[in-house]
Every structure is written in structure tokens, then in C-alpha cells.
Design a binder for this molecule. Sequence first.
Ligand SMILES: Nc1ncnc2c1ncn2[C@@H]1O[C@H](COP(=O)(O)OP(=O)(O)OP(=O)(O)O)[C@@H](O)[C@H]1O
Ligand SMILES: [Zn+2]
Length: 707
Amino acid sequence: METIQLAFNSAVPVTPDLGSTCFASLERSGEATTVHRASSDQGSGSGWDSGCCSGNHHGGVFGPRSELIFAILCGIFLIVGWLTKTFTDSPDWVSLGCYLAAYFFGGYYTISEAIEKVREGRLEIDFLMIVAAAGAASLGAWAEGALLLFLFSIGHSLEGYAMGRAKRAIEALSEMTPTTARLRRDGTERHVSVDELVVGDIVIVAPDERVAADGFVVAGETSIDQAPITGESVPVDKRPVEDVEAAAAAPESLDADHRVFAGTLNQSGAIEIQVTKIAADNTLARVVTMVREAETRISPTQKFTKKFERYFVPAVVATVVLLLFAPLVRDEPFHASFYRAMAVLVSASPCALAIATPSAVLSGIARAARGGILIKGGGPLESLGGLNSIAFDKTGTLTTGHPKVTDIRVADGVDERELLRFAVAVESLSNHPLAQAVTRDAQERLDAIADEDASVRSPATDLNSITGRGVRATVQGDLVYIGNAKLFTEVDGPSLPETIQADDESLQRDGRTTMIVRAADRYLGVIGLMDTARPASAKTISKLRELGITEMIMISGDNQRVADAIAAEVGLDVARGGLMPEDKVREIEKRRSEGGIAMVGDGVNDAPAMAAASVGIAMGAAGSAVALETADVALMSDELANLPLAIGLSRATRRIIRQNVWISLGMVVFLVPATILGLNIGPAVILHEGSTLVVVFNALRLLAYQE
Ligand SMILES: Nc1ncnc2c1ncn2[C@@H]1O[C@H](COP(=O)(O)OP(=O)(O)OP(=O)(O)O)[C@@H](O)[C@H]1O
Ligand SMILES: [Zn+2]
């Protein structure tokens, strides 16, 4: 019976059936994926359905390792049988008994699998093995038959075991979340299952405990090891939010020092958190689901190998049938021809080829996930490894995304307080990073220069954002516009006065992002903001350059001067400023045609550009559901520093895929003529299985990939 253990949520149908690509599955089951649900009697072995040559983990009397143990028993009986026959005078039935036992243990899983596949109309290599072994027995060549079964079963149980390892590396992620939480409700504390938690619950997290739910801190201070989610090695400090209601209303816009994620490890302080996501919906659960889905997406190389097999399989079948007619042209008994044909079939079965890419993709994705990088399938993984250009968004990607108000230039005859009040009223409705900075800093300045009661402030209504330009809202009946100079060339009303224009330009020359404020027909002034480059950006860029990324550009909606300043600071070649989202898309497409290009953004307003790129990479995806869903590659941490790891790993994966394809094809190319010319089925099986194992273990090296 073929089973695969889905450690949890067995409703997720995501098991690639590598088997459907295997030779000899005389193509009745051409579908790409087949689902094998866990059967309840299975142990903990999260096997991998490498279908092709079985390779599954079978449960059984010895638990999840039964298949391997059976294979070993087969080998032992084979040796004992051979020794007694060769070196003792014991009666024949002793060695025959041993061989029969060897047949039983070696053939048990092979037969049950072959039967199951034949029922599904698939004729695979296990069936051939049985035929060959039975043929051997009927000719009295018990030892040879047992050797075949032994080699076949040991090879495939090892292969299944190895693939299970890669699979477990992913499943391990999901085991990070605790199953129970300490819930405080109605003044009492009790342990409940995490599935019972609802949004708004207060959960207590003790020191050295894993956080039970996604949420934000409402009491206590601590630092948290977020490595399971973001791959960051340094714990992140956490402190309570100031305004619980506001935090609950918009948990996604909270800073990293308030938000916590299920599965991360609390360090020394006890904290209370308010739950923002139910268990099934938390970041880790979503990541695990996506990683599982990712494994099933077919990569370009896999497409190629499948196509190859479509032509290859019929060719081999034809050859084998021809070989069966050898006695017509050669003087040899039929069983010799039959054996040769079987040996050719084994040799030509592209098991190694079928598993070459999926094993590497699986290991690569698992290794990336451990580093806080979610790669959504073999496609993105392979494209990521082949990149030579990367485009970056500016705000929140290369810069911290937390701009500060640095300058306030008031127009002649305007009271600074008026400018600030309008700005705060309007921008408090927007959640653009610039707006957040204005709301915070201008309010602070307002508090400093005019000790007024904030409640008398007139609120703004009807906020409209004008993409790439700014915002519009109504305050006390006045239409207020805030945005860049371009905005005011496009909207009705008086055009930009020269003084304002001069202020705007002088601020820009100092590398400031600027916003001009106009209420009704009056220009009130210009606000200058500055965002600083992330400390890690420059180092990351130079690492990427070392990795051989030749072209790196910045595409920004901010003005050209700011774009240039930041680009120079972090070491980018080209900066394009003043771009609308559609300009960004055009910029990407222009470069895409010259080869692969990735777009790195924070996933909020960069979605079109990310979609246009060969690979869309989102940063800070742990904090943004949208970024997590839409990107091809999601860097869970809000750090660019993981990008070189992602690219290095993808390159290594591509390299290993290439090696694997050569190894598997090479073995077929060698074995087919060799068996036609007389190589025995025994060595053919050893080499065939050997190449399959080499391919899988080669792929597993990726699990240990270091930057
Ligand atoms: N809420 C706002 N208030 C004032 N001006 C704004 C606002 N939103 C956008 N702008 C103006 O529009 C410009 C472009 O904004 P947009 O959000 O498109 O930039 P972006 O492409 O995300 O920028 P970056 O490349 O810096 O990430 C800003 O530089 C600013 O001048
Ligand atoms: Zn095989």
C-alpha cells in the first residue's frame, strides 16, 4: 500500500507523484499529481511518494522502517542460503528455505506495490522485478532472483528514507507551534488548545516558552527568537503597544517590536499577547501550507524531463519487444533473450531522472524555509538561481521605511500651525509610510509650538489617494491636496507659485522627499522628509555583486534626487525616480526581455512590478499577508540580508539539478547498450539503483547548504 504521512492537516493534497514520470508506467496515468492520504495505521515516517520505483515508506510490523528492515532480512537470508548451499552438505531444502524467505522479505512490498499499480493500469519496474525474480526461480536460479529482489528493495527503501528526510525538514516547521496556550479570560487563567483561541483573546507567554498565537504584546517586555519564521539569528525586542484598540484594528501596520508570531521562542520575559489570528490562519500555518504546495509545482527542468520521457518510453518499449525476438536471428534460448530484455528495461527505466529535479527542489525549498525564505515552487527556485538583474523598490526595501519629517517650509503669510494641522488631519487617514511620518512628527511639532488641545482639531474626511502623486481629502469644507509637484500640475486650481517650487527643489537637492500642502486655493508650504538607508543594504548589494548579479537598479516613486542619493549610498548602478506603478512595470518589462529580472519590494504597492518580473520577491512577508500570498519568493524577515542566501541557495539547487540530470541520463546512456551487449541484470540493477540513490543524496546536500 502506498501511503504518505501528512503530519497534519491531511486535507492538503500535495504529494507529487514522481511515479507518473517513471518509465514503464505505460502512460495510462499521465496526471501530474496523485494524492495518497495517510492511512491511520502509519507510524511517524513522513515518507515521500517517489512512486517511480516504489520508494515509499511502508508501515508494517516494524513500524515506518519496515521496508528497510524487510530488505535487510532479505539480504541476510540470501547470504545464509548461499553460504549453506556453497559450503555445507546440508540438504537442499535448507538453502531453498532460506531463498524462499529471502524472496518473501524482498518481494513482499514489491509485490504489493506492483499489484496496486497494475490495478491502476500502470506497469512499472516493480512488476518487472517480480517477473524477473519469478523467471529466475522457475529456472532454479534462486540466488540470482533473491539478489535482484534484495538490491531492488534496499535501493528503494533507502531512496524513500532519504526523500523522507527532506520532507521532514519541512514538516519540522509546523511542529514549532505549541498545541496549548495559557488563556486569560474573565479574570481566570487556564490552558486551552490553540484551536480554541479566538481573535481578541489574551494569551500569556512565559519565559522560554513558544508563542502560541499570532498577536501583539499588551503587557510585559521581552525579546523573542523569531528564527523559525524569519530566519533571523538575533532575538527581537518586544514591548507592549500603547493603544490596544488601535493595534487590534490594524495589526498589520504595527511595528515589529509589538508583533509576535506563533512558533517563535520567547526568551527571558513573561508577556501577555492579544491574539490577532486563529491558529489555522497564523503566519506559520500559512507558510507551511505554501511550502507544501510549492513542492508540487513543476519546475522548468521537470517539464523538460517529462517531455523527454514521453518520447523515450515508447522507444524503449519498442526496443525491448524487439529484443524478445532475438532467438529468431541468434542462436540462443528464449530465457536468455528474455533476461536481456529485462535487463534493458531496468537500465532504461529513468527512475533517477524522474527524481533528479523534485528531490533537489524539495531540499532547496526546505533549506530556504529554515532560513526564513519561502520559495513557492521549483519554477521560482530555478529562475532565482539564474538571475543576473535585480530591481529594488526604495521605501521599506533599501531604506528602513520609517521616514522622518526633517524640514517644514511655510509659505509667506501662513502660520506654521495651520500647515501642520491640515497635514496631520489629512495624513492621519492614510497609511502610506510618508503619511505615518507626517502624522507622528508634525503632530509632535504641533504639540511643541502650540499647546493646544488635540480634540479641537478639525478632522478630515473623504480621503482619496492619487497613485504616485499624493492624497486628497476634505477638511472643514476645504479640499486639501498633499503631494509632489507633479500632482499640482494635474489637478484643478492655481498652479504652483514660484516660491513653493523653489522650496520644493531646494529640499530635493538636499535629498529630501517632499510634499506640498494646498488647502482650497492656498499653498501652505512644503514638508521635507527623509528616510535612511538600511544599515545592511550596502553590504547586501555588494554581496549580490560578488554572487555575479551584474545589473541592479532602483525603481522608485520618489523624486529622482532622493532616488539617486539612496542609490549612491547603497551602491546601486542605476536609479529611476518619479515612477508611477505602471512605469515600474514598463521598466521591469524592458529589462525582462534581456534576461531574467527579479523585483524586490515590500509587496504593498509593488505588486504589479513584482508580477511583471521573472521572480517577485517580497520582504517582511511575516508581517504582511498580502506580500506573503503574492510573491514568488517571500523573505519572512524585514531584512534584505536574506537575499544573498536565497540566491546562493537557488544557484546551488540549479547546479545540483543539472548534475542530477547528467548523472541519470548518463547512467541510462551507459546501461542500455551495456545490457544489450550482455551486461547481467544484477549489475544493471545495482547501477540503476545506485544512480537513483546518488541523485537523491546529492540533492540532500542542499539541506546543509551554508551561505
Ligand atoms: N500620503 C501621501 N502624502 C503625500 N504625498 C504622497 C503620499 N503618498 C504618495 N505621495 C507622493 O507620491 C510619491 C510616490 O509615492 P508612491 O507611494 O507611489 O511611492 P513608491 O513608488 O512606493 O516609492 P518608493 O520607491 O519610495 O517605495 C511620493 O514620493 C510622494 O511624493
Ligand atoms: Zn528505479
